[in-house]
Design a protein around this ligand. Structure first.
Ligand SMILES: C[S@@+](CC[C@H](N)C(=O)[O-])C[C@H]1O[C@@H](n2cnc3c(N)ncnc32)[C@H](O)[C@@H]1O
Length: 258
């Protein structure tokens, strides 16, 4: 088999897995594509010339970076994650992969911002990720971000951020769980078990997935931190304003201005 054909097959495989990643995430995150669009609306409205330097934080395969470069072709973006398999997926599958600076860094490590290609960013965006960090780790992350976001710069976090009284909050959690169950059972549903099980069957992925497991260890999702926790931590870290810009059930987007 000619070498180019083998390379084409490998590229097609990575692109197919990137598409599958989106389907998998869409099964857990309501209106995921609309959330990306909304976050970029705010970035585009605030930085009107569009020539922003942006960070896709805990990027996975660079889902925010991908949409950002399409929407704002003059932007520059760095994608930060500690999962070697997802970073490789981004490098191999994104249309604009060559325009993304891929940064292998763990947000839990002191000094991770020193690995960034630039000292300052106009916008930092993160989706479905910070729930992996403890409260102290989130606070430390926000303090580190306050150092790299320029004055007037934006931080946008889309994630589970409960709010409201116990009963109202409980209803929002149940509503999200019901939405996920319906979505998973539907034709476009992809359960996390079938996704990770399927990836584990691909010989080409074996080494990167083993490295991923070694780095991340056995993890349990932590109890989600409230909207108020995130808001207070951002203000304490040095952001001057914080507000929710979107919500569906427990899923919300928080915007902070440095
Ligand atoms: C559910 S995925 C979301 C990825 C992407 N933002 C998206 O919306 O598709 C969560 C991501 O957070 C990353 N992550 C979790 N803990 C991390 C840490 N301590 N440092 C860097 N990345 C981390 C994971 O590797 C994973 O890529």
């Amino acid at each position: 088999v000619p070498r180019e054909e083998v390379a084409d097959e490998a590229s097609a495989r990575w692109r197919a897995w990137y598409a599958r990643w989106d389907r998998f995430q869409e099964s857990y995150v309501p209106d995921r594509e609309a959330q990306f669009g909304l976050m970029l609306d705010y970035v585009a409205l605030w930085w009107r010339n569009g020539a922003v330097r942006a960070l896709d934080l805990a990027s996975g395969p660079g889902c925010v970076a991908d949409r950002l470069l399409r929407r704002l072709p003059d932007a520059e973006v760095a994608a930060v994650d500690c999962d070697p398999w997802l970073l490789e997926m981004g490098r191999r599958a994104l249309a604009d992969a060559g325009r993304v600076e891929w940064v292998d860094a763990d947000l839990r490590e002191e000094g991770w911002t020193r690995r960034l290609p630039h000292p300052a960013y106009e916008a930092v965006l993160t989706t479905t990720a910070l729930h992996w960090l403890s409260g102290d780790e989130v606070k430390r992350t926000y303090r580190a971000l306050a150092e790299v976001v320029v004055p007037d710069g934006l931080f946008l976090n889309a994630d589970i951020m409960p709010t409201g009284s116990p009963t109202v909050g409980g209803l929002a959690r149940s509503a999200l769980e019901r939405w996920r169950a319906q979505r998973a059972a539907g034709p476009d549903g992809e359960h996390w078990q079938t996704f990770w099980g399927g990836a584990g069957q691909v010989p080409e992925f074996r080494d990167l997935l083993a490295e991923r497991a070694r780095r991340l260890g056995p993890r349990r999702p932590l109890r989600p931190l409230s909207l108020e926790f995130h808001r207070d931590a951002l203000l304490e870290a040095g952001f001057r304003e914080v507000g929710e810009i979107w919500r569906r059930h427990e899923t919300a987007i928080l915007l902070a201005i440095r």
